[in-house]
Design a protein around this ligand. Structure first.
Ligand code: PSU
Ligand code: MN
Length: 306
């Protein structure tokens, strides 16, 4: 019999940490396989895990290999995720297909959150959430990340939502879906590559302990996530003028190429990395590392509450 998509295989280190109540941070694999170019993605995979450890938690990178969801990967398994050019991108709706047919794939925010929750992990780090695409009133393109976060109880540390999206519309959808959103140290909602998206949040937390307390209270309220939006410092952000120019360029290229569905985000990110001559890549890696470290601290504070 094939294993259930909700029966992930835990690495020994992750299983031990969870059994002992020690802090664990889930990491997604789509940003490695489809968001960063090879071979930089392989170095980033190690650096992100190291950043979680620096924050005080055990990293659990999640992917589906030969139909089996894995929570915590060996070095050889990370090699596979980062090297396989044909690796599928798996959202929640794709998990049953991968499980039933024995396929491999990288997990997005939506499916990583589901598998992390199933494994008993409370904190998850990524780069930027998916959301409502620009012109979604024509295309209906809204990431499955949003509805998934309305159903899974965990904290997601991110640099806001990807700035290739319609940020205000995405915040409206997060409100409709009752996803809790707090800024880390600020009510300015970050814009992924840039520190300020132009949108303002209702709430800020000032410490990992406060973020952990909000997560604990959220789990006593209703199913659903706490998004902890962690902006890059202004001196580490992408030059906002370059940002606006390359994003307009990338979105126009996606439109001209007729890219649709789950190919849109990887296409646009790849175009940005090329058009900015690696500037978006460096900033993307940097913000993921910062989020991973903060997630480690929040997981440690959360474990201390229990
Ligand atoms: N953060 C990054 N790079 C990425 C992603 C997040 O820094 O590539 C991925 C996540 O896996 C997220 C996905 O779930 O982009 C969104 O894809 P879509 O827009 O097709 O839902
Ligand atoms: Mn989409």
């Amino acid at each position: 019999m094939q294993p259930s998509p909700l029966a992930p295989v835990l690495s020994p280190e992750v299983a031990d940490a969870l059994n002992a109540g020690r802090p664990v941070v889930a990491l997604e694999s789509t940003l490695l396989a489809h968001g960063l170019p090879r071979p930089d993605n392989r170095t980033a995979a190690d650096d992100v895990e190291a950043a979680v450890r620096a924050g005080g938690a055990v990293p659990a990178t999640i992917a589906v290999l030969d139909g089996v969801p894995h929570v915590g990967l060996t070095a050889a398994e990370v090699d596979r995720v980062c090297a396989d050019e044909g690796l599928a991108k798996l959202g929640v709706r794709d998990l049953p297909v991968a499980a039933a047919l024995g396929l491999s794939g990288a997990t997005t925010v939506s499916s990583t959150a589901l598998l992390a929750e199933a494994a008993g992990i409370a904190v998850f780090a990524t780069g930027g959430l998916g959301g409502v695409h620009r012109h979604a009133n024509d295309t209906f393109d809204e990431s499955a990340d949003l509805t998934a976060l309305s159903r899974t109880s965990l904290a997601v540390v991110c640099a806001g939502v990807k700035s290739i999206l319609d940020v205000p519309a995405t915040l409206e959808r997060l409100e409709s879906l009752s996803v809790t959103v707090v800024g880390f140290g600020t009510t300015t909602f970050p814009g992924f590559y840039v520190a300020d998206s132009g949108a303002t949040l209702d709430w800020a937390v000032d410490s990992p302990e406060q973020a952990a307390a909000v997560l604990a209270a959220r789990t006593r309220t209703a199913p659903g996530a706490v998004v902890v939006a962690n902006p890059l410092p202004a001196d580490e952000q992408l030059d906002p003028v370059l940002h606006d120019r390359v994003i307009a360029d990338a979105l126009a290229a996606a439109e001209a190429a007729g890219v649709r569905g789950k190919a849109v985000t990887p296409f646009v990110l790849d175009h940005l990395h090329r058009a900015s001559e690696g500037a978006t890549l460096a900033v993307n890696v940097r913000l993921v590392l910062r989020n991973a470290e903060l997630a480690g601290r929040i997981a440690a504070a959360h474990a201390a509450l229990r």
